[in-house]
Design a protein around this ligand. Sequence first.
Ligand SMILES: [Zn+2]
Ligand SMILES: [Zn+2]
Length: 268
Amino acid sequence: MHVTLLGTMGWMPSDRRETTSFLWHDERSLFILDAGTGLRRLLEAPQAALLEGHDEVHLFLTHYHLDHVCGLAYLPGVLPGRRLVIHAAAESVTGVDPERAVGGLLRKPYNPRDWEELEDIRVEALAAGSNVVAGHIVGVRAQQHSDVSVAYRFDDELVLATDTRADLGTAEFAAGAHVLLHEAWYNGADPLTEASPPELRPGYAAHSEAAAVARIAADADVGRLVLMHLNPLHDDAYHQRLAAAARAGFARTELHPDGAVLDTSAAL
Ligand SMILES: [Zn+2]
Ligand SMILES: [Zn+2]
């Protein structure tokens, strides 16, 4: 399968990077991972053509922070006439009932229509550990964030670990995966990181440092590490230095613009 990077920024979009969303796809399956502002890129070529022939779409949410769910408001426009299954971790994993959480977002006065009126959308709760969705094995693992988020593993091809502090347990979960999409919020070696205002420090504690992410990728021996959920308060030069810092610990580290398409079917 292939993964298209629809949104690689965290928190707020920039003029070049949307907030978190990915499309994992082949002729049979269409999986969307998180519904940030990047979901709008489903309207762009070539993604729009990829949607053709897919009547059923599966959307996986890592957690409910707004930068990961605001694209739910775009669904009638970007996926018209499709059956949509929204998957999120069960209440036993996150402490939040998925149907109540999604229904709470898709509800007046936040959305023009109430959840109960929306046809062709249903919510399914995923257990911690292994699940089977549309013939794929979907692994779910709770992470450490300011609210509970989960990492996903899709077969042996793709792992998404975002909105988490760097956690060596992720290495075991991601072991041998072809592509690891991991957040990288800051570069501990960069003087600009030290200069960030104290009121933003709690956010840093809930996110990942680049060199620590590289250690996870090396421990997991993934095929390639792709950094995402970048910090919008920093510029492209900072993000490039952050990628270089990770690359020093794990040579197969990559940083891509939105719209990049990666083959996940083999290690490289
Ligand atoms: Zn986020
Ligand atoms: Zn978050």
